[in-house]
Write a protein that binds this ligand. Sequence first.
Ligand SMILES: [Zn+2]
Length: 160
Amino acid sequence: MIRYALNCQDGHAFESWFANSTAYDKQAKRGLVTCPICGSAKVEKAIMAPRLSRNEDIAVPALPMPPIPQPPSPAAAKAPVAIMSPPERELRKKLKELREHVTKNADYVGPRFPEQARKIHYGETEHRSIYGEASPDEAKALHEEGIEFHPLPILPDEFN
Ligand SMILES: [Zn+2]
């Protein structure tokens, strides 16, 4: 016995059992294979492989692809830029002041920031203001340890 997936001329899909493939061919030729939905004898074997028809394209619209994060390339490094209206300029001025205040009053520890932040947090060294660099992973780890820190506002160079 062999099972065929069949389509009639109206596109109804159904399945039918045959003794073998020759039996199907014979019965189909004699009009004995009929669609159970509309009774049409014009049936053909359905293509079993996934089929792309226009209807299916409409029924299953392609999902929008999430943006692929671009790895930073030093050669084509682009800085974020913005056009700012007066309220943003005012805010930016404050951010700049904050940044200047921090950089003036805090110790720069560079890439040792995570290590120094932990020492301060766990009381291994005196509490003081520091600033430096942390990778996203390091920042996440610090955050998970309950260490409070803030990203320094980054300002476009051309405005400094
Ligand atoms: Zn039919």
